[in-house]
Write a protein that binds this ligand. Sequence first.
Ligand code: AMP
Length: 181
Amino acid sequence: MKVDRKGWTMWSIEEIAKLIKDVPDFPKKGILFKDITPVLSHHEAFVSLTRQFVRAIDPSVTHLAAIESRGFILGAAIAQHMNVGFLPVRKPGKLPRETYAQSYQLEYGEDTLEIHKDDLKAGDRVAIIDDVLATGGTAAATEALIKKTGATVLESHFLMEIEFLRGRDRLEAPVKSFMKV
Ligand code: AMP
């Protein structure tokens, strides 16, 4: 931890990583769930993480698009620090107005994500935010949704990347993550 000129304690990514809890077999057997809620409940760690994202994201973005639901928590905080718009990418049937929808394959079956049609327009420059990049299906569907609006995906940012699943290979825009597990 470093204390800056204003007396603020800045946590490093390595220190933040120590707060993340591994939960075996959640939500189903065989999955090692990465629980970031201890980071969120620690004020200094959460603000430090938000600042790390702000430093890493292209400052020319106009919007952050975040994926339901932990992505919302990170994305909203980062968007406020960057003075840019925030867009929720949601599970089907949650957004009240006209949406674009994009389906994607899961290990067993299919899922869909939606975005409001009028949230973005051509010329908007978007970064995607989520906590974990696993197979990349969710983030790839989000890229496709943003393109449907005419906006451009500049990059995708994740706190953590589960490297052996090679999610980044499914994404077109550059991928940045703070930790590889
Ligand atoms: P994927 O589409 O396989 O890249 O999965 C990414 C989405 O599922 C993200 O929204 C993550 O929050 C969530 N996710 C996938 N695997 C994990 C994991 N091991 N721990 C926590 N969240 C995960």
